[in-house]
Structure formats: structure tokens, C-alpha cells
Ligand binder design. Structure first.
Ligand code: C2E
Ligand code: MG
Ligand code: MG
Ligand code: MG
Length: 281
């Protein structure tokens, strides 16, 4: 709630700062109710296996339908929640819902994986890792159907610690994806030590492959390198057919983006899976 500190300098506390602080306080006060009432809910964005054209998983992206303010995006409310020590509560809420929804898709004949975003503050939090272990112990969904997405920059805050933490995560039997890859300045030395199963190339690189030859070379080489290191590659932010076609040519494994599908409610995702199944039959 340090609204007055900007760019490392203290400035005059304005009325706008006061409103921002009030807004943050009200979000925090409403968090538990929002989780219990379903105002905080998981949208799911499909992950497409490029070679087969099948949906093999989804990423959970949390949403808040605020009673007064309407929909608020995660980039807006997650920093507030994290700065106030509620990141674990929110993430466990998202994870439990994701595992339940994955079980219900599995029960309906779609044994797809589900990915949950885990922030830098939780990556190496042993208490949090233990809570996830206990949650998985309920047996709702097999651990190998779960992927945790950790941003490359989160892993690079303290690389030695991240390597050790990711090893604890791997010991739970879950998959690990390095999210927003290319934006986090990881050294190649650390990248090859991270026990990740998947590299997720940031949309800023993916979206320019059609128009920027040098960028296309970088993406193609990154895909080849990840494969050599034994990782699958996901490209995020695919917005047109040409981009998807080029990624297929580059042997990228998995694609995610508005061209394939926007993030959907659990029910809308079930309907999409049914429709695709019928269309394929
Ligand atoms: P992210 O994990 O990198 O997720 C990708 C973001 O790109 C999502 O934004 C998604 O809706 C958006 N996106 C997907 N396809 C396209 C496309 O084709 N074009 C464009 N322009 N954008 C696309 P969203 O849902 O607003 O989430 C933003 C970020 O918030 C996520 O980035 C993730 O870092 C964070 N986030 C979301 N849910 C959670 C959560 O449950 N826990 C934590 N810790 N972070 C979360
Ligand atoms: Mg993600
Ligand atoms: Mg990303
Ligand atoms: Mg991101």
C-alpha cells in the first residue's frame, strides 16, 4: 500500500493515491467473500497440440467479477494480493478449482492437463509446496496432469534457490513450465539446470515471427534448443493462422492464443471439447 513511493523517490501523497490505497484495501477485505461466492473464478485457455490438432490441456487464468467495479484482470489485482501476503490463499483456491474441473473433464472422457500460474513469492515457499502436496494427496487429479507455470523472471530472482525449489516441485510429480520465456534474462547456464518439462515462449516473440526474419530465427533456435534439453515447447499469443502454420514448421509442440480460443468458463470449455469431438467423429 506504498502508493506514494514512485521510481524510488518519495512524492506528495495525492488524492488519487488515497483512492488507490482505498481500492486496494477494499479488494483485500473482499477477497475471502469473492473466493467463497464464485466472484473469483478460473477461466481456462486451451492448449493445442499442433501436430494432432487436439486440445491436450488448458491454462487456468483467474478472473474477478467485482460486484461494483465489474471484471478486473489478474494483472491488476494479483500484485495487491501478493503485496499483502495472500498469494498462497489465492493460488490454492485456483489450484483446487482447477483440479476439480480437470477431474470432471476426465470423467467426461477428456483426460486433459491443467496448468496453474505460481508467482515468484511462492516458488520457493516450503509451506506452500507442502500445502500443494496435501491438496494433491486428496487424489482429485493425478499430479502428472498438473503443470505449474513459473515465469522465467521469477526463476531468475535467485537462480540457485529456484533450481532447488523446482526440484521439490518435480518431486511432487507435477510438470513445470517456464512462462514468458525470452523476457527474463536467464543465462543459458541456469536454463539447462532448471528441472523444467516445458518452455513457454513469450507472446512478444511469437507474434512477430511472420514479419521479422531475425526474430523467427531466434524462435526456431529456441525450439530446437529446448527439444535438445528434453523440454516440450509451447508458444503463447497466437492470433492468426499464419503464425500457427509457421510454428508448426518450426516443430513447436503446443500452441495457445486467441486464434485457437480465448480463455473460457469451465462450462464453455466442456462445450468446446464436446463440439470438437463431434466434429472429429
Ligand atoms: P500468463 O500466464 O503469461 O498468461 C497469458 C496471458 O495472455 C493471459 O492474460 C491471456 O489471457 C493472454 N493471452 C492469451 N492468448 C492471447 C493472445 O492471443 N493475444 C494476447 N494479446 N493475449 C493473449 P491474463 O488472463 O490477463 O493474465 C495475465 C497474467 O496474470 C498471466 O500471464 C499470469 O502471469 C497472471 N495470472 C493469471 N492467473 C493467475 C493466477 O491464478 N495466479 C498467478 N500468480 N498469476 C496469474
Ligand atoms: Mg501462464
Ligand atoms: Mg505467459
Ligand atoms: Mg505473462
Amino acid at each position: 500500500l506504498n502508493a506514494a513511493r514512485r521510481g524510488g523517490r518519495w512524492q506528495k501523497f495525492t488524492e488519487a493515491d488515497g483512492q488507490e490505497a482505498n481500492w486496494q484495501l477494499s479488494l483485500l477485505a473482499e477477497l475471502d467473500l469473492a473466493m467463497a461466492s464464485g466472484d473469483l473464478w478460473n477461466a481456462y485457455q486451451p492448449k493445442l497440440d499442433i501436430a494432432s490438432g487436439r486440445i491436450i490441456g488448458v491454462e487456468a487464468l483467474v478472473r474477478w467479477n467485482h460486484r461494483e467495479r465489474g471484471p478486473i484482470g489478474p494483472d491488476r489485482f494479483i500484485p495487491v494480493i501478493e503485496a499483502n501476503g495472500r498469494a498462497a490463499d489465492l493460488t490454492i483456491h485456483v489450484l483446487r478449482q482447477a483440479l476439480e474441473d480437470a477431474r470432471s473433464w476426465g470423467d467426461n472422457g477428456y483426460p486433459i492437463g491443467v496448468a496453474v500460474n505460481v508467482s515468484a513469492t511462492l516458488l520457493a515457499d516450503h509451506g506452500f509446496i507442502e500445502t500443494v502436496r496435501a491438496t494433491l494427496g486428496d487424489g482429485v487429479t493425478r499430479p502428472d496432469r498438473l503443470t505449474i507455470e513459473v515465469t522465467e523472471s521469477a526463476a531468475m530472482v535467485d537462480p540457485e534457490r529456484a533450481v532447488a525449489a523446482l526440484e521439490s516441485w518435480r518431486a511432487l510429480g507435477v510438470n513445470i513450465s517456464i512462462d514468458d520465456y525470452g523476457t527474463g534474462q536467464s543465462s543459458l547456464g541456469y536454463l539447462q539446470r532448471l528441472p523444467a518439462t516445458e518452455l513457454k515462449i513469450d507472446k512478444s516473440f511469437v507474434q512477430t515471427i511472420a514479419g521479422d526474419r531475425r526474430n523467427a530465427i531466434m524462435v526456431r533456435s529456441t525450439i530446437a534448443m529446448a527439444h535438445e534439453l528434453g523440454m516440450k515447447v509451447v508458444a503463447e499469443g497466437i492470433e492468426d493462422a499464419e503464425c500457427l502454420r509457421l510454428l508448426g514448421e518450426m516443430h513447436c509442440d503446443t500452441a495457445q492464443g486467441f486464434y485457437i480460443s480465448r480463455p473460457l468458463s469451465a462450462d464453455a470449455l466442456s462445450a468446446l471439447l464436446d463440439n470438437r469431438m463431434k466434429a472429429a467423429a
